[in-house]
Write a protein that binds this ligand. Structure first.
Ligand code: SAH
Ligand code: SF4
Ligand code: F3S
Length: 476
């Protein structure tokens, strides 16, 4: 193997020290002569996984556009192909391997295409070894900690015609001042922190993203000032556990304070993602209730309705503690919509433990639930637990769960028929260019017939009918 490669190592990625996070403000540079390297050339990027990855892809786009590449949306028309990958479950990884396979054909037709793979999957040694031994069409492998190095890696692969592998398995720094090319002109993702220190026993994220580290409030607020000036309508504050914001900085300014400072800006809609039930404070609930522009929608992952499973998952709350937050939120903000994540078929989950999860769905009546079958992830503690639940049993539980979920989603949507609600308009819907779509304050998807040019605006829409996952309406 090439000695200059930096290969990932999940064991070192797991380490956490007391060292302070370094903030790098001027590490990003593109040698002058390479600023025009992409002139007359195109790039294609495909993003898998969560909003953190979506936001990273906006940085990758910003970097490639600084190098004068132009984005295309058909993979076989591109000179540079980038896949920003997700490692959260095996089926997410299989999708990526399928796409890597497709690029082999593209490269056979055009060997000059440069193929880069990055994101959470390349932080796993198993994945990198598999790509290195089997998928020779991949030219550059980079990780989540060195996106700022893309110009150098690209140039090295391009001019030396060699494979380049650079993945760092470390706690991670914070990089400010990287270029960004945002996907959407009215909705923006803003990172408030990176990484995760919760180490839920099933989850790969703390290994692929490094330690929990918060951006300085000055940096966050100045990014938001810039977005306000550019007339953005919605900001989503991003972190794996936004409620832990500031803890690593050793200051008293916490997530509730940050949310309040953001809400005081002239921005119509503020959201945040993801809240862990741990660290969800009364102070935070107060801020959500106090500001009209903090949207009445919260994603609060439950994972399981059984305390024993929650404990083995390392979630650090009980279902009773979850219910306490739930009731406080519903009491302070009666119109609030809630969504959650559920994992079924965690190792050795019994039928009666699963039924407790179904009970929680009945009690909480979530507006939306993201449901997953447990997937063993390389080197996580749960992966070494012996599992006596069959694949078929897990699939059966998922189906039963989904039926229950759909029932409540439809119930909430039906209750909105006849109401007039505010919708931030994304643009023409996927299926019909004459119908526009957008989201309500409670994060419900609405398809409606527009009466004027309203993309990127907040308009009133009367809801005329409802399906389980969409609302139909007309602009008023
Ligand atoms: N930080 C967020 C979740 C990020 S991952 C939180 O803790 O709430 C998004 C969701 O993927 C998780 O909430 C969980 O439901 C699911 N997930 C994570 N690891 C998984 C695994 N190994 N198998 C199945 N689902 C998983
Ligand atoms: Fe994964 Fe748990 Fe961290 Fe969420 S809190 S990213 S589920 S380890
Ligand atoms: Fe996937 Fe990484 Fe996000 S594993 S869910 S892209 S943090």
């Amino acid at each position: 193997m090439n000695k200059e490669w930096n290969l990932p190592n999940l064991k070192s990625a797991q380490k956490r020290s007391q060292d302070e996070t370094t903030i790098e403000r001027s590490l990003f540079e593109i040698p002058e002569s390479y600023l025009t390297i992409g002139q007359d050339k195109t790039y294609y990027i495909r993003t898998y996984g969560c909003q953190a990855n979506e936001r990273d892809s906006e940085t990758i786009r910003g970097i490639l556009e600084k190098m004068s590449f132009t984005q295309v949306f058909e993979i076989d028309k591109a000179d540079v192909i980038v896949l920003n990958t997700c490692a959260i479950r095996e089926n997410a990884e299989n999708k990526v391997f399928g796409e890597i396979g497709n690029v082999k054909v593209i490269k056979q037709l055009n060997p000059d295409v440069l193929f880069m793979v990055g994101g959470c999957m390349t932080q796993e040694e198993g994945v990198v070894n598999r790509i290195l031994s089997t998928y020779h069409q991949v030219d550059v492998l980079f990780g989540t900690h060195n996106i700022h190095r893309i110009p150098q890696l690209l140039i090295q692969a391009y001019f030396n015609k060699e494979r380049v592998v650079e993945v760092f398995s470390k706690e991670g720094e914070i990089y400010e001042n990287l270029p960004v090319s945002r996907n959407n002109k009215s909705k923006a993702w803003v990172n408030i922190m990176y990484g995760c220190d919760k180490f839920c026993t099933y989850c790969i994220v703390p290994y692929t993203r490094g330690k929990e580290r918060s951006r300085l409030k000055e940096d966050i607020l100045s990014e938001i000032d810039d977005l306000v000036q550019k007339d953005f309508k919605e900001i989503t504050l991003l972190g794996q556990n936004v409620n832990a914001y500031g803890k690593d900085l050793g200051v008293t300014f916490d997530f509730a304070d940050l949310l309040e400072s953001v809400a005081q800006k002239d921005i119509p809609r503020v959201r945040f993602m993801t809240s862990h039930p741990w660290d969800f404070t009364d102070k935070l609930i107060k801020v959500i209730a106090k500001y009209k522009n903090v949207m009445p929608f919260i994603h609060l992952p439950l994972q399981s309705g059984n305390n024993e499973i929650l404990k083995i998952m390392g979630r650090r709350y009980t279902k009773e503690a979850y219910m306490e937050i739930y009731h406080k939120l519903k009491a302070r903000i009666p119109h609030i919509a809630l969504s959650t994540d559920i994992i079924v078929g965690f190792p050795n989950e019994t039928e009666s433990q699963f039924c407790e999860t179904l009970d929680m769905i009945d009690i909480c009546q979530f507006d939306n639930v993201y449901s997953f079958i447990y997937s063993a992830r390389e080197k996580t503690p749960a992966a070494s637990m012996i599992d006596n639940v069959s694949k078929q049993e897990k699939e059966d539980r998922l189906q039963r769960l989904n039926k229950q979920i759909g029932k409540y989603a439809l119930m909430h949507n039906l209750a909105m028929v006849g109401q007039t609600v505010l919708v931030l308009v994304d643009g023409p819907s996927k299926k019909n260019p004459l119908i526009f779509s957008g989201y309500t304050e409670t994060n419900k998807l609405v398809n409606f017939s527009p009466v004027n040019e309203c993309i990127g605006k907040i308009v009133s829409v009367e809801i005329t009918s409802a399906k389980t996952w969409t609302l139909q309406g007309k602009q008023v």
